[in-house]
Design a protein around this ligand. Structure first.
Ligand SMILES: Cc1ncc(COP(=O)(O)O)c(C=O)c1O
Length: 410
């Protein structure tokens, strides 16, 4: 099968064996055989999350946003408010879902790519608003920042709130334990770091808190409690399950266990290092600063001066690589994710493709160290064009002065 490299943040690049796992004899999803398949998947998802028998995985047919909405409409007790912490578009999505469903909420809005200040959350939780649930995103895929879910969990519990984390783009990519971070609910999908096909999303929650959701019914299709009951008692989804995607997910989970979660994270980190160093060498600058936690799964890069992103994308696509636009207002950026079934050589091949498609006319040689440069920053001496110019001028002036001095001496 033709191998395409997806550097968009999911659906990610999958193995051929995951793709092939979808080719199975036709089966009705109400059959025992399929129920057993879902049972094993639900058990293993809890295991990956670091949960135990007190937790359960609830599967839905739908994308990640479906389970974000399912959780939002199902877990907030009557009369309580949601506290939403956002520093990116996915945190904001919780806010949009709350507004769409008329759920009382307060959003702590932090600029994209900036650290979450724990003291600020504490200050808001101490107010006289009757908060019942805290929502946050683990890996904010808008920028690539990783948020401090453990510290926020401690605060949520201190103020008697339920704690919900969107782990959609970190689950099975970044090791964490649902118990250690004190989360009551987390959510993710089949098509990101799990490296399966798109179409299945899931919530992993504490059983005792799921049980309480039966009093908060606000949606028919996305009702978390009813889906849980149906899966527990009948072993089936309430409505038609994405059959073939489920077989692919089983294979993807087997491949995750084979690789090991820690090893997957190490592979992602190594690939990220090759990617970031290579892009920096080509003059691309990172949007996130060094003082924030990077996910090592996705990075946001500023476009080079005068670069046409769409052309850059299209040419790379022709070479077999898919890149992703940025999500930042007033800033020309794009994103590269290294989740999925990628090896170091895939990233190196991508960098070669970047060399090939970058406009040759824009290449020049650093006037200071002579290295080949693409952007405004030299890939070798790491100096910006302006600094380089000044430096060259300074050195040439010094050189001329020295020549004069020499002449005068003789
Ligand atoms: C952190 C996070 N949350 C939510 C979503 C939304 O998922 P979907 O596009 O599958 O609905 C995404 C998608 O990239 C995401 O990265």
């Amino acid at each position: 099968m033709e191998r395409r490299i997806l550097l968009n943040p999911g659906p990610a690049t999958t193995t051929d064996s995951v793709k092939q796992a979808q080719i199975v004899p036709d089966i009705c999803p109400r059959e025992k055989e399929f129920q057993n398949l879902m049972k094993s998947i639900r058990r293993d998802l809890v295991k990956i999350a670091g949960g135990n028998k007190n937790y359960s995985a609830i599967l839905f047919a739908g994308s990640g946003t479906a389970v974000m909405e399912s959780t939002m409409v199902s877990v907030i007790p009557e009369g309580k408010w949601a506290l939403i912490i956002s520093n990116g578009a996915y945190g904001k999505r919780f806010k949009e879902i709350a507004v769409a469903n008329a759920i009382p909420n307060i959003e702590i809005e932090i600029p994209y790519g900036r650290k979450i200040n724990i003291e600020r959350i504490k200050y808001v939780l101490e107010s006289d608003v009757n908060f019942g649930v805290v929502f946050v995103t683990h890996h904010e895929t808008t920028t690539g920042i990783l948020n401090p879910i453990k510290e926020i969990g401690e605060l949520a519990k201190k103020y008697n709130c339920l704690y919900v984390i969107d782990t959609i783009s970190s689950f099975a990519g970044i090791p964490f334990s649902i118990q250690k971070v004190k989360a009551d609910f987390i959510m993710s999908t089949s098509n990101k770091c799990l490296q399966g096909m798109s179409g299945i999303s899931f919530v992993i929650g504490k059983r005792e808190e799921i049980e309480k959701c039966k009093y908060n019914l606000k949606s028919y299709y996305l009702d978390l409690y009813s889906q849980y009951k149906y899966l527990e008692e009948k072993g089936q989804m309430r409505f038609t399950a994405p059959v073939q995607t489920m077989y692919a997910l089983r294979q993807a989970i087997d491949e995750l266990f084979e690789e090991g979660l820690e090893n997957r994270y190490e592979r992602y980190k190594k690939n990220n290092k090759i990617l970031v160093e290579g892009m920096k060498e080509r003059g691309f600058r990172l949007f996130l600063t060094q003082d924030v936690d990077h996910s090592f799964i996705l990075e946001t890069f500023y476009e080079l001066k005068g670069m046409d992103f769409n052309k850059f994308h299209d040419k790379l696509y022709e070479e077999g690589f898919t890149i992703y636009p940025g999500k930042l207002d007033n800033k020309n950026t794009f994103r590269l994710a290294n989740m999925g079934n990628l090896k170091g050589e895939d990233i190196e091949n991508f960098l070669k493709a970047v060399d090939k498609v970058l406009d040759l006319k824009k290449k020049r040689f650093c006037r200071l160290c002579g290295a080949l440069c693409y952007g405004t920053v030299c890939m070798k001496c790491n100096k910006k064009e302006k600094t380089r110019k000044l430096s060259v001028q300074y050195h040439s002036r010094r050189w001329k002065q020295k020549q004069k001095e020499k002449k005068n001496e003789t």
